[in-house]
Design a protein around this ligand. Structure first.
Ligand SMILES: [Zn+2]
Length: 391
């Protein structure tokens, strides 16, 4: 996104020279426009993300400018005039290397959360140097709105992790296929390996990421082959020993089918914030739940036997409200498009209006179907829910 207030782009890399580029983390949807032939200037990011990007695109290495999390850094803007800005990186608690940015300069002070999951440390953001200065005013918050709807009430990751472990133990030994993206859920996989005293098998690309993160070891190994093309004998042997096998969402059902057709005991777990929607997406689907440490973790099991757990690397709706409540009041801009109902979607307008009132922010800007909109709390209160969405 190119910030309105300053020639600064975060997580979008197609802008003309003159813009200064920042990268919050290495998920694909935050790397748009980036490639090995990219040459538009320095990219400021965390050390971990710089390592992941340089492994993926070695020619990018001279452009990557890793910054420490915590201190205030002074950076010369890429545009003419020699203007300097200050920036502070905050651990976003999303995936390894993910950060928020606090920018301070002639435009005021801006907070860009990137993707994040609320952490206890985030309630103290307002005491960080760039926000605690006398007369420092938070001009705008660019907010992760992935799950901005009250229906998303996912429990803390540690509790969901315990619930997943409990379910796998009840089926053990078996092959437990666990859905993963190219990165993320490292702590879940490591916990399962340790608790079950077993190995985690990773696809090659995911194994390279694990090595970059220093996570490889005797219990984290590259998969011998794709589970869909594994021999029946191999699958039966793995299931008798028990193992965790990381697979993509696209391949999880094919993998489960291949294993069960081969006579191997196998189960599939899809840990995702989108689990809350699984009830309506898969019919028939039964609902189960685990109570761990007094917290109920709902589980939705689809007709094909995949168990959906609400394990999320993004904030729940309530966490978004809590996060904004801990910060000085400031206008908000959603960093993702306003979701629409459908697969991996929901009524984003409902969530937008609820957040506007419950977090007490003055206004929210958003992007929807090729146009920008804005809702204002005072106008929304007087006009009702069908307020204007022009800017
Ligand atoms: Zn992400």
């Amino acid at each position: 996104m190119l910030l309105e207030e300053a020639p600064v782009a975060v997580d979008s890399f197609s802008h003309e020279p003159g813009v200064t580029f920042f990268c919050s983390h290495a998920h694909d949807d935050h790397l748009k426009g980036l490639s090995g032939s990219w040459r538009r200037g320095p990219i400021y990011t965390s050390h971990v993300t710089a390592r992941l990007l340089s492994r993926r695109w070695p020619p990018l290495e001279p452009f990557l400018k890793p910054l420490e999390i915590g201190p205030v850094h002074r950076i010369l803007l890429g545009s003419a005039g020699g203007l300097e800005i200050e920036v502070c990186l905050v651990d976003a608690n999303h995936v390894p290397g993910s950060v928020m940015f606090i920018f301070s300069g002639y435009f005021g002070t801006l907070l860009y959360t990137g993707d994040f999951r609320l952490h206890d440390d985030h309630v103290h953001l307002s005491v960080l140097p760039l926000l605690a200065r006398p007369n420092a005013e938070l001009s705008r918050i660019f907010l992760d709105n992935t799950f901005c709807h009250p229906q998303f009430a996912h429990a803390p990751r540690a509790e969901v992790c315990k619930a997943i472990t409990k379910r796998i133990i009840s089926k053990w030994p078996c092959i437990a296929f666990v859905v993963v993206y190219k990165m993320g859920k490292e702590s879940l996989l490591a916990h399962l390996a340790k608790r079950l005293k077993t190995v985690v098998l990773l696809p090659k690309e995911r194994m390279l990421v694990a090595k970059d993160l220093g996570l490889h070891g005797s219990n984290i190994q590259e998969q011998p082959c794709n589970p869909q093309s594994a021999a029946a004998e191999e699958l039966r042997r793995r299931s008798m020993q028990g193992c965790i096998w990381a697979v993509s969402r696209r391949n999880v059902r094919k993998s489960l089918w291949q294993a069960t057709e081969s006579g191997a005991a196998a189960h599939a777990i899809d840990p995702s914030g989108w689990a809350e929607l699984s009830r309506s997406q898969y019919v028939p689907c039964y609902e189960d739940s685990h109570t761990v440490s007094g917290q109920t973790v709902p589980v939705f099991v689809s007709d094909d036997g995949v168990s959906h757990y609400p394990y999320s690397d993004h904030c729940s709706y309530l966490e978004l409200v809590q996060f904004l409540s801990c910060l000085p009041s400031a206008p908000v801009t959603f960093i993702g498009p306003l979701p629409k109902p459908g697969p991996f979607g929901y009524d984003g307008e409902v969530g937008l209006h609820r957040l506007l009132h419950e977090a007490g922010v003055p206004s929210i800007k958003y992007y929807q179907q090729g146009r920008f909109g804005k809702v204002d709390r005072k106008r929304a209160a007087s006009d009702g829910p069908d307020c204007s969405n022009d800017i």
